[in-house]
Write a protein that binds this ligand. Structure first.
Ligand code: GDP
Ligand code: MN
Length: 392
């Protein structure tokens, strides 16, 4: 689960990580109000920041520094409600519904800090780089040595000596080392206690008057740990998520939208991956990943079907089921009901195996609907690709 920058900074502040003073605003009036208060309290300027879950907002025009109240108002008007396009939003962009108004900081250096789960070592890794402010993926690709890493033993946690090593690698001044160590320790503690899989501060800045701040912050939480963080769950903003994915999550369906035109309905994540592969092997492109799970019931199947079909790109539906706990007749019944209800216009291709497969086939045949059946996964994928091409 991702959260907004202003929410992430609230969490950082609780762990003693220095963030600039600021507040979230939902309207231009609120934004002006916050800016007025910050300026009255001595801020030399304010920064107006679009709150969307994607990064790269600066480059996309979603982060603007205002020298005075009039400018703050001008930028708030411009950014609030805009369709902000960044390299992480896709070409359609994301609508800005909130702003973070913060005091500006006199930036001296822009650095990078990140804590992320490293699956290869099964440890959290703390990364630091002098190449802050830019896309870290680019730094990692072009100049991997510019990223310093400390792997964290889960039994002992992040050690002060590791923080010192990173602080020295950042080329900080002697007077900045102790506060940097404190800030990094706070960041790691925040990560560990909230079950975050990623916390990234880019840029982490030093100021001309020698202070340190987290100027930006991105957090991803591990969804599997959310059951023990009811308070964090409240921070979810479904407006930032794909509407079909939100709909799917209501019915405990694992759905991820993709760019192709063959919808997939599969039980089991491994089979879902194999199905996407075989569609591409047959020359097609999957429109989604959908794992209905091992024990899906008829209602879930119906909902899954509705979700698949509400994607306008879909030209064929490929249902690939190995009936184990989910029995093939249950699935077939669900598909028939859903196909009737949604008045489906695109071809439906099925490949069915497993428990009660004969009953399942009979239900499909007796339904009077026109299903295409593939004997093997490969046959079915080829039929699906052909069907998608001709129904275009
Ligand atoms: P991102 O582009 O989505 O990662 O958004 P950031 O919060 O990282 O902002 C992008 C860039 O805007 C930063 O790298 C800074 O260069 C600049 N920026 C953000 N806040 C301030 C600020 O308070 N003062 C100044 N001068 N620049 C800022
Ligand atoms: Mn950033």
């Amino acid at each position: 689960m991702k959260i907004h920058e202003y929410q992430a900074k609230d969490i950082l502040a609780k762990y003693g990580v220095a963030v600039p003073r600021g507040e979230v605003a939902n309207t231009v009036e609120e934004a002006v109000d916050v800016a007025r208060r910050l300026l009255a309290a001595g801020a030399s300027g304010v920064v107006v920041k679009a709150q969307i879950h994607a990064g790269g907002r600066g480059k996309g025009g979603g982060v603007k520094v205002a020298k005075n109240l009039a400018e703050a108002e001008e930028y708030a008007k411009k950014i609030l409600g805009m369709q902000l396009i960044t390299h992480q939003t896709g070409p359609q962009g994301q609508k800005v519904q909130r702003l973070l108004i913060e005091e500006t900081a006199p930036i001296d250096r822009e650095l990078y800090l990140g804590v992320v789960l490293d699956r290869a070592t099964a440890k959290m890794v703390f990364m630091a780089s002098q190449a802050g402010g830019m896309e870290i993926e680019e730094v990692a690709a072009k100049d991997p040595k510019a990223i310093h890493k400390e792997f964290i033993d889960p039994a002992v946690g992040f050690q002060p000596y590791q923080a010192r090593k990173l602080a020295f690698a950042l080329g900080l001044k002697p007077t900045q080392i102790a506060p940097a160590v404190q800030l990094m320790s706070g960041l790691f503690k925040a990560c560990a206690e909230t079950d975050a899989s990623l916390m990234e501060i880019n840029p982490f800045i030093t100021t001309k008057d020698d202070r340190l701040f987290a100027l930006d912050c991105k957090i991803n939480f591990d969804d599997n740990a959310m059951f023990r963080h009811k308070d964090l769950k409240e921070l979810r903003d479904v407006a930032e998520e794909d509407p079909l994915e939100v709909e799917a999550s209501k019915y405990a369906l694992n759905y991820i939208k993709l760019d192709g035109n063959i919808a997939c309905m599969v039980n089991g994540a491994g089979l879902a991956m194999a199905t996407m592969d075989i569609i591409q092997y047959a020359g097609g492109m999957p429109a989604n990943f959908l794992d209905v799970g091992g024990g899906a019931n008829q209602q879930q199947i119906e909902h899954a079907f509705e979700i698949l079909l509400s994607d306008k790109n879909v030209k064929a539906v490929f249902i690939n089921i190995f009936g184990g706990i989910l029995r093939v007749d249950t699935l077939a019944q669900g598909v028939v009901e859903a196909a009737k209800k949604t008045n489906v216009q695109v071809p439906i291709i099925l490949r069915l195996e497993g428990t009660n497969v004969e009953q399942g086939r009979k239900i499909l045949k007796d339904s009077g609907l026109n299903f295409l059946i593939g004997e093997t996964m490969k046959d079915a994928a080829e039929i699906a690709v052909k069907a998608a091409k001709s129904s275009q």
